[in-house]
Design a protein around this ligand. Structure first.
Ligand SMILES: [Zn+2]
Length: 584
């Protein structure tokens, strides 16, 4: 057996500061382990012996194929306009919008600094020597090459031959970063016996590890017979910091894999108790396991998970939606039937015809949200500190004296919608079109918009002022809080126009309930301009009539989910649904 001696013990706390696995900085290589072989150097082959392993990882290959397919798909769409039938919050709309921007960055890869071909099979000592000679970089060769290997998921046996070479050259010393990256590869390729070997090395020498190594060990151990030791590692992590949701996920998956259901639920409760948002795959694991459990208590817990998704505005991914469907349909005697579907503009499910919950806030919800925004964003938020108390007072008096508005327009933002057109012209076009519909309009602007300029013509601004109430703030003020205040003061019917999505304000609203209501209110009240074919024909994205959220009526469930091929921004909602109802 090999024993290990640790040098540089005084520097040990630094280990905690390094990033998880791949992020381990090369500067830590001085924190070396002695891999000292008690039986002589030849016995090292026992540790770093060459085994043949399958280098192919079909899942990773499939993922790459899927990704390249996705990129092609995205490119095809890059010249298309956002279609008018997808609303502002529809999944993928933001991505399409960004693709419309001709100035979008090219996501080219950084230039490769060192063009050493990574070995694809284990090398012997001479071959490693030769490769090192070819290496022209400044970095330590072994550290550099192991990080490249980790990056490109080299096979375990190649990495092992590198470690054997390093150990032989260095009197059995293998750098910590080398060992952790080797562990990473073992875990990635699911080489459980190798994981256990590295685990033994680390356990023998260290009282504590850094979080990256714990995460890897937990991930590697849960698939083995020694999965319970992963829980001990979790306990070790807890002594220093809050375990990550990934740590919990791995332990829960391990527990379910080994049929310890109550342990899995306990870990889940502990995770929630720490105010962590579980990974969706953790929730999916409970549904997948549930197919084989016939137990009301377990079923109720799964329904609680669905309500958790609802309350936290979370959406399952496609595979999770399939798991939910399968679980419902597997319930004996319940006769559930699931189908993947969409919701019509009217809010009706195309599958079963039921109407989804309305996007409109109830009077109670509206008053609650209004009160919160007034307190947290407008009075307490940082944004309003950018204005003066005098201006704030002037604005509040202005809003109180005017009739309630139907639409509040972020003048500056709207005017910049079409970069080629003159700003005052665009603003005038929008205002004129809306004024024709007899809507009470408020335009929020800045004082500089009233100064004659090639982009801000006085005559056009005069016409704007004739058709709409206008408030011009100091040039330094933030518009958003004014926009929120004027819209909310006007009542639940009032809409607003801006391209800005006000994510900052959402962050000011501290509790989940308010954030949820804000999101719902925003979806139901924000108008965005999508097109301007002619001066008098400006199209707005339609506002959905229904709320995109997990919902139930007892004998039916409707669950929006994310498609694998659609990239959704955090402020967008999915467009695909899982419809579940009891057969009657
Ligand atoms: Zn339905």
């Amino acid at each position: 057996m090999m024993t290990l001696c640790f040098t540089g013990i005084r520097s040990f706390p630094k280990l905690w500061k390094s990033n998880p696995y791949l992020g381990l900085s090369l500067g830590h290589s001085y924190l070396s382990l002695f891999l000292k072989d008690c039986y002589g150097i030849r016995e090292q082959r026992k540790w770093f012996s060459l085994k043949t392993v399958s280098a192919q990882n079909t899942k990773a290959v499939n993922l790459l194929v899927a990704k390249s397919r996705y990129v092609r798909k995205g490119d095809e769409g890059s010249n298309k306009e956002v279609s008018s039938d997808s609303h502002l919050f529809a999944a993928g709309a933001a991505r399409k919008r960004s693709q419309m921007n001709p100035l979008r960055e090219d996501h080219a890869l950084p230039p490769v600094r060192n063009t050493i071909q990574l070995p694809t099979k284990p090398l012997n000592s001479e071959e490693w020597d030769k490769l090192k000679e070819d290496f022209k970089g400044d970095a330590n060769f072994a550290s550099w090459i192991i990080s490249q290997m980790a990056h490109s998921r080299s096979s375990v046996d190649v990495a092992k031959s590198l470690l054997a070479w390093v150990a032989a050259k260095n009197n059995g010393i293998v750098g910590y970063d080398l060992l952790v990256r080797y562990l990473y590869l073992c875990v990635f390729h699911k080489q459980t016996s190798e994981v256990i070997d590295v685990y033994e090395i680390m356990k023998a020498r260290y009282k504590r590890l850094e979080p990256g190594a714990y995460t890897l060990l937990i991930q590697g151990l849960v698939h083995s017979d020694r999965w319970k030791e992963a829980l001990l590692l979790l306990e070790d992590v807890k002594k220093v910091l809050v375990p990550s949701v990934r740590n919990y996920n791995d332990c829960i998956e391990g527990a379910l894999l080994h049929q310890d259901v109550s342990l899995a639920w306990n870990l889940y409760q502990e995770l929630l108790g720490r105010d962590l948002i579980p990974m969706l795959k953790t929730l999916k694991a409970f549904f997948d396991f549930g197919k084989n459990v016939k137990d009301d208590q377990y079923s109720n817990k799964l329904l609680d998970i669905l309500l958790y998704l609802r309350n936290n505005h979370l959406y399952p991914e496609e595979s999770f939606a399939h798991s939910i469907k399968t679980w419902f349909e597997s319930a004996p005697g319940e006769q559930w039937k699931g189908q993947f579907t969409t919701i019509k503009e009217s809010g009706q499910c195309s599958g079963c015809g039921k109407t989804m919950e309305s996007i409109h806030l109830s009077p109670e919800e509206y008053e609650f949200l209004k009160g919160k925004i007034m307190r947290d964003v407008i009075d307490g938020g940082d944004q309003y500190k950018k204005t003066t108390p005098q201006e704030l007072k002037r604005f509040q008096n202005f809003v109180k004296c005017c009739p309630p508005f139907d639409i509040v327009i972020d003048g500056l933002n709207v005017a910049k919608t079409f970069p080629k057109a003159r700003e005052s012209q665009v603003l005038l076009d929008v205002v004129s079109q809306l004024a024709k519909q007899n809507l009470q309009l408020l335009v929020l602007g800045r004082k500089h918009m009233l100064t004659q300029h090639s982009r801000w013509r006085k005559d056009e601004m005069k016409k704007v002022q004739k058709q709409a109430s206008c408030f011009f703030a100091d040039n330094i003020s933030e518009d958003d809080p004014f926009l929120l205040y004027a819209t909310l003061q006007s009542g639940n019917h009032c809409k607003f126009i801006t391209k800005d999505l006000m994510r900052d304000h959402k962050a000011c609203l501290r509790d989940a309930k308010t954030q949820r209501l804000f999101f719902k209110w925003q979806q139901g009240h924000q108008l965005a301009i999508i097109n301007r074919l002619t001066r008098s024909k400006i199209t707005f994205q339609h506002i959905p009539s229904y709320n995109t959220v997990v919902q139930t009526t007892g004998d039916s469930w409707h669950i929006p989910y994310d498609e694998d091929t659609v990239e959704r921004y955090s402020y967008e909602v999915p467009t695909k649904w899982l419809c579940l109802h009891r057969k009657t």
